[in-house]
Design a protein around this ligand. Structure first.
Ligand SMILES: Nc1ncnc2c1ncn2[C@@H]1O[C@H](COP(=O)(O)OP(=O)(O)O)[C@@H](O)[C@H]1O
Ligand SMILES: [Mg+2]
Length: 314
């Protein structure tokens, strides 16, 4: 039990996960604002297909990094799959095309074909986030992720990344029995690299992403949940899956907690919640668990967001 530890020095990325509707965006916005109020330059980025940063901050946030507030170094960005795929294509399209077209006569649409394979977008999302973090434009990036299942899949992907790209390319290459021989010697005309060099660079990138997301000092995983059966079950699943992939969840926020038993309704709800809160506390005694009370107000606008932030950090 304790306060969330994401304001520590050295933290570069805070990943906020959890099922839909539990308060991920509210928490991500609050954390980002608090860090910005502490004097850091912060980017809050949402990859949820139905983003809501604009609604919460009451300023337009879109697919270009934009400043959310004049007083603090707080910036926002909502990324769509189209943008992620577009960047992926810019980064890998020419290499893939070069590799494949050296063996088979394919046109550039082949790149679209690989790009449409399931998982590519998520794979590239991690690279996208890593570049933002390493770009040093921001001190901290707070990532408001898409609902649970999606994100879990995403974090398993770096290892699959290479397999994916290689399988698709090899599919064509294997038509040619000389492949293994050529692999080491054939130099591609545009980049002057050998096939092996290009594939090795994909491998190195996949490894770098894995290393990046497993860096416990720089990347903090925070799960938001609610004290109800489904919330707890999904949290257990999420924590387990993350930890099976060597990603440690250090922080759990239990949101929408009823504070006072001031009527029969609240008394009953509090009792119901109490059971699940205890279960989370018993199960995750080694983590920082913060209770966030259900607010009577809508959490919108800087004032309410900063009130929420105070509750998380103090
Ligand atoms: N502690 C709270 N008290 C009152 N309303 C809350 C609280 N946390 C979240 N909400 C509201 O619940 C809704 C869902 O929150 P949101 O952060 O958008 O969830 P998610 O991003 O997980 O889908 C929003 O309308 C938000 O204002
Ligand atoms: Mg959200």
């Amino acid at each position: 039990m304790g306060l969330i530890n994401i304001a520590e020095a050295g933290v570069k990325l805070v990943m906020v996960g959890g099922k839909g509707g539990v308060g991920k965006t509210t928490c991500a916005a609050s954390i980002a604002l608090q860090l910005a109020m502490d004097g850091k330059r912060v980017l809050v980025i949402s990859s949820d297909p139905t983003p809501s940063l604009s609604d919460i901050f009451e300023v337009p946030v879109g697919d270009k990094e934009s400043r959310i507030n004049d007083l603090y170094g707080l910036y926002g960005l909502e990324v769509s799959s189209e943008i992620v795929l577009k960047r992926w294509k810019e980064r890998f399209g020419p290499e893939i095309y070069e590799v494949v077209s050296s063996f088979a006569s394919v046109d550039y649409d082949f790149v679209d074909y690989i790009g449409s394979a399931p998982g590519i977008e998520e794979e590239y999302m991690l690279n996208f986030i890593m570049e933002l973090v390493e770009g040093n434009t921001y001190d901290v990036v707070v990532w408001d992720t898409a609902p649970a299942g999606h994100t879990l899949r995403l974090l398993k992907l770096p290892e699959l990344f290479l397999a994916h790209m290689e399988a698709a390319t090899k599919f064509y290459m294997n038509i040619y029995s000389h492949f293994e021989k050529l692999r080491n010697t054939l130099t591609l005309k545009d980049s002057k690299r050998t096939l092996l060099e290009i594939i090795a660079s994909w491998e190195a990138l996949a490894e770098r992403i894995v290393e990046f997301i497993r860096n416990r000092d720089a990347v903090k995983y925070l799960v938001v949940t609610i004290p109800e059966a489904l919330g707890v079950r999904l949290t257990e699943r999420m924590v387990k899956e993350l930890e099976e992939n060597s990603l440690t969840v250090e922080n759990i926020i239990i949101n929408n907690v009823i504070k006072d038993e001031d009527c029969e309704f609240h008394k009953m709800r509090k009792q119901m919640q109490g059971h699940y809160i205890q279960r989370i506390q018993a199960e995750y005694g080694d983590k920082n668990i913060v209770l966030l009370y259900l607010s009577p107000y809508e959490i919108k606008g800087l004032e309410r967001i900063s009130e929420t932030a105070k509750k998380l950090f103090q």
